[in-house]
Structure formats: C-alpha cells, structure tokens
Design a protein around this ligand. Structure first.
Ligand SMILES: Nc1ncnc2c1ncn2[C@@H]1O[C@H](COP(=O)(O)OP(=O)(O)OP(=O)(O)O)[C@@H](O)[C@H]1O
Ligand SMILES: O=P(O)(O)OC[C@H]1O[C@H](OP(=O)(O)OP(=O)(O)O)[C@H](O)[C@@H]1O
Ligand SMILES: O=C(O)c1cccnc1
Length: 489
C-alpha cells in the first residue's frame, strides 16, 4: 500500500494523550524530572489463582529502539498540529531510564508491580500505552496456557490458534506467550522459526476432500511424511476414518511412523474410547489419539471426567483469543516524582474503591519462601530501603482487610524484580522460550495446590509491609488535608 507516511517506528504506538502530556511537561520544564511508574493488574484473569508474566522481551526491544522517526515527526507536525519546537524535542528523545521487571514465565499476582520504570517524566509517560498493550495481551495468554496445562498434566498440548487470533501480531506473540505458559508445541511455523518453539501438526479435511477418499489421501500424505497423524472425521469417524487409518498404517508398516489419529468433531469422549479400542485391537497400542475442536480447560476437564482416551490436545480459538476473558486490565500508575527541590516525593491516586487506591512510593516486591518446604508463603511489598531478608519474623497482613494477618519465620525473602534496563541500556538477555517455560513450571511448583486449582482457588497473599501501609495512610491523609485547605479558600 502506498501510504503518505511510512510505518517505520513504534513510537506512535501510543495514545494521543501521552504525547499531549509530554508536551505539557516539556513546555513547563518538568519533563526531565525523575518519575517512578509501576505496571500491575488488580484482578487475576479467568478466576485463576495466579498469572504467568509474559511480554518482557518485546518491551525491551521496544525500549531499545524507542525513537520518533522522521515520518512520525512529519505526521505529528503536518497532520496533528504539534509545533516545531516540540517536534525538535521529540526528535532527540530516547528512553534513558531504568526498568525493573519480573522475568517471563514468573508466577505473579494481583496488585503487585510487575514492572517498575524509573525515568524522566516525559519518557516514562510516552511508553505507557505500548507497555500495557504488550503485557496485557501476552500475560493473559500465558496465563490461559498455564491454566490449560494444569488440567492436561503431562499430555502434549499444541497451540493451533493462528487462524482465529486477533490478527498476525496476536498470533505470533500469543503463541509465544502460550508456550511460556506451558504449551508444548505450535502449528505456527513462523513462531517456530522466531522463537524456537517446537512445531507440530497433522493435516486438514481439505486433504481428504482433495483426494475424495481417505485411503488415497492418507497414502499421498505418507509418501512425503514419515510421521503420520491421520485426520479421521471427514466422513464417518468410526465406519470410515479410523478403519482407513488402520488399513493404511498396516500397509505402510515400518516405512512410516504411524503416530496416530486426530478427531475434530462429534462426541470426543465416545469417539476417542471407540477409536482406542479399534487401534488396540489392530495392534496399534502405541498410536496416539489427538483431539481438537473448540477446546479449553473446561471441556478438557469434562472430557477427562468422561474417561476420554486422549493423548494430545490441539487448542486454538479459546486460547489465542482468551475467549472467556479478553482483557487482563493491567494499569500503569505513577507512585513517586521529583519535586522542585530535586527530592523524590510520593504520589497517590485516591478512589472510592479501596482496591483502586494506589500504593505510593518506590517499593520492592519480595517472594516469601518457607525455608523448610520451599513453598511461597506470599508476596511482600516493602519500601525500597527496607530489608525483609534480614528480618527473623515478618508480619504479613492483607492490604485491604488488614485484620487478616500472619507472622512468618524461617523464610527467605527473594526480590522478584531484575534490573533489566540501566540508564536506557538493556542489560538483560532474555533466555529462550523453552527456558522460560521451564522456569514457569518451577515457579508453579513452589505454589501450594490451593492456589493452582482452576475453580475457586484460594487467594494468594500479596501484602504490604507496615511501613508501606503507614506511608499509604499518610499520603491519603495529606491529600484529604490538601482538599480541605482548598475547600476553605
Ligand atoms: N463428550 C463431550 N463432552 C463435552 N463436550 C464435548 C464432548 N465432545 C465434544 N465436545 C465439545 O462440544 C463442542 C461441540 O461443538 P460442535 O457441535 O460445533 O461440534 P461438532 O458439530 O461435533 O463439530 P464441527 O461443527 O466442528 O464439525 C466442542 O466444543 C467440543 O469440544
Ligand atoms: O477449534 P480450535 O480450538 O479453534 O482449533 C483449531 C481448529 O482449526 C481447525 O479447524 P478449521 O479451521 O478447519 O475449522 P472447523 O474445524 O471449525 O470447521 C482445526 O480442525 C481445529 O478445529
Ligand atoms: O495441524 C493441525 O492439525 C492443525 C493446525 C491448525 C489448526 N488446526 C489443526
């Protein structure tokens, strides 16, 4: 397409209001003030007891390349109406701040900062939308993938969703996120190439229809493919598909690896049990039964309860589109800003809903791990200069229902963030997706089962330190007093 402005940067992948705010900061001379922003979500998705973080690699790439291209600047000036002096400022802007983030595959929870940005105010503001865009989607899909994997256990799960994803970017990054969450393979070849995710796949009904009958289709496929999975539901699964697959597998013997069959319609529980009997009776006891068709963790759980004989699951639409909850709802909030005297000052956003009141100040998040059993007791948000790892006894209390509290002893307090960008330079090398997936599995092993069940899990504690809580209350009080003073004027 012949566009007037080339699509050659991601700097405009933002909301107009971010640029408008940056202009106000710049015109007022406060754009360079140090600011701290936190990215977090308030409610776990899918009614799950945890989420799996994903998106960091793309964020780092975005920050590394953050700059307004000449076509961006031309567009902003010519079409949106920004003035030349501000355009000149935008021309030279780069991301020069610091970023602290949890790693991809990390198990994360509600109301805790996943990413902390410490940067000049205007820079931190301009990157908000892209960061949220990336984390909201990727973390959502990684979590959905992890939820599915909790139900399927060791059985192979393949990601089949590209055709149904919300466009190409979603397919690619969603596939990657699903793999981080635990999926074993993908049918998306580009995702295999880019991220090293193992590829898997069978064939479609069109192959059978192109040859008219299953016998010829399976033979044609087997001529060029050693590993064969035959799709058996084009005409009649039990009368035609399965018997033909068995016949072709017998005829071809050792010349192929008859991996098994795929079922893609009908009553999966019934058909899989019948197919299993037929395969076993024919001597193909090792042949696998692969199923697909609008599956998600709920159908899979139900199918397993019905005794479905399934070795491998192919999951598309409901995973890649996060069908039952299309948005994570992560937000990006300022918690501290440099004042006129060059000191950092906490800032708070008040809301009638206590869960929406932000927690001010520069903070760190610790995972409190029981030294005896290695399990996570909860996450603990403390002011940056506290050192919970040096305490013997830690009081943990619910940030809203403060009477819910407990003391922990004999624990390890692990800072869950890594310093990933320093003075604008990326200092963290993302591991490959398979490592992230393994890391996520390990992180989940440290969670009690009560937090991992797919239905009505227990709420994992994400608590504030006493100082953090006191600081929050003080900030609320100060805002109230300021409002009263204003009202008296
Ligand atoms: N035994 C079962 N118990 C519960 N759900 C099942 C069972 N078997 C299949 N399903 C699910 O029921 C839904 C059936 O959908 P639908 O009626 O559209 O499929 P179909 O008519 O069999 O096949 P298609 O329309 O794709 O050719 C799918 O989500 C499938 O995963
Ligand atoms: O069902 P999903 O979880 O989205 O998995 C991907 C689906 O894609 C293919 O279907 P196809 O595009 O041929 O459509 P159909 O099977 O629904 O007719 C495949 O046969 C799966 O059914
Ligand atoms: O390989 C498969 O079987 C496949 C791939 C994409 C979508 N549905 C099925």
């Amino acid at each position: 397409m012949n566009r007037k402005y080339e699509d050659d940067s991601l700097a405009l992948h933002t909301d107009l209001y971010q640029i408008n705010m940056a202009e106000a900061y710049w015109a007022d001379g406060v754009h360079e003030r140090r600011a701290v922003f936190e990215l977090f979500f308030r409610k776990l998705p899918f009614g799950n007891g945890y989420a799996v973080f994903a998106g960091l690699e793309r964020i780092l790439d975005y920050l590394r390349n953050f700059r307004f291209s000449e076509s961006d600047l031309a567009y902003l000036e010519e079409e949106v109406g920004f003035k030349k002096d501000f355009i000149a400022y935008l021309r030279q802007i780069r991301f020069t701040g610091d970023v602290y983030s949890v790693v991809e595959g990390e198990v994360v929870f509600q109301s805790e900062p996943l990413i902390r940005i410490e940067a000049p105010l205007a820079e931190a503001q301009l990157i908000e939308t892209a960061l949220l865009n990336i984390v909201n989607y990727q973390t959502l899909i990684a979590t959905k993938g992890s939820r599915i994997k909790q139900i399927t256990g060791d059985a192979q799960v393949m990601e089949f969703g590209t055709r149904r994803a919300q466009e190409m970017d979603a397919a690619i990054w969603g596939t990657r996120a699903a793999a981080i969450g635990g999926l074993d393979a993908t049918s998306n070849v580009r995702a295999g190439k880019l991220f090293g995710i193992p590829l898997a796949g069978t064939h479609a009904h069109s192959l059978v229809q192109a040859y008219k009958d299953e016998y010829d289709a399976f033979h044609a496929y087997a001529k060029r493919h050693k590993n064969c999975v035959f799709l058996v539901d084009t005409y009649d699964t039990l009368k035609s598909g399965v018997p033909t697959a068995i016949r072709v597998a017998k005829e071809l013997g050792d010349t192929i690896n008859f991996i098994g069959i795929r079922l893609d319609s009908g009553d999966i529980a019934f058909l899989s049990k019948e197919a299993r009997k037929m395969l076993d009776a024919a001597g193909f006891t090792e042949a696998k039964i692969i199923v697909s068709n609008d599956l998600d963790e709920y159908t899979i759980l139900n199918l397993k309860a019905q005794g479905a004989q399934v070795d491998s699951w192919g999951i598309g639409t409901k995973l890649i589109t996060a069908y039952d909850q299309p948005a994570l709802g992560a937000v990006y909030k300022i918690v501290s800003i440099e004042n006129d005297h060059g000191e950092m000052e906490d800032t708070i956003k008040i809301s009638g809903n206590p869960e929406k009141v932000t927690t001010p100040g520069l903070k760190k998040v610790y995972r409190i791990i029981d030294r005896e059993n290695g399990k996570s007791e909860g996450d603990y948000i403390a002011m940056h200069d506290e050192a919970p790892e040096q305490e013997d006894r830690l009081k943990m209390f619910h940030p809203v229902h403060t009477f819910v509290s407990k003391f922990v002893t004999n624990f390890e307090a692990v800072n869950i963030h890594r310093h990933v960008v320093k003075n604008g330079k990326v200092i963290y090398d993302s591991p490959d997706v398979q490592e992230m997936r393994a890391y996520s599995k390990q992180a989940l092993d440290r969670l009690w089962d009560e937090y991992k069940r797919s239905l009505n899990p227990e709420e994992y504690p994400v608590d504030l330190s006493q100082r953090c809580w006191d600081n929050k209350m003080r900030n609320i009080q100060e805002v109230k007093e300021d409002i009263q003073t204003l009202a008296r004027r």
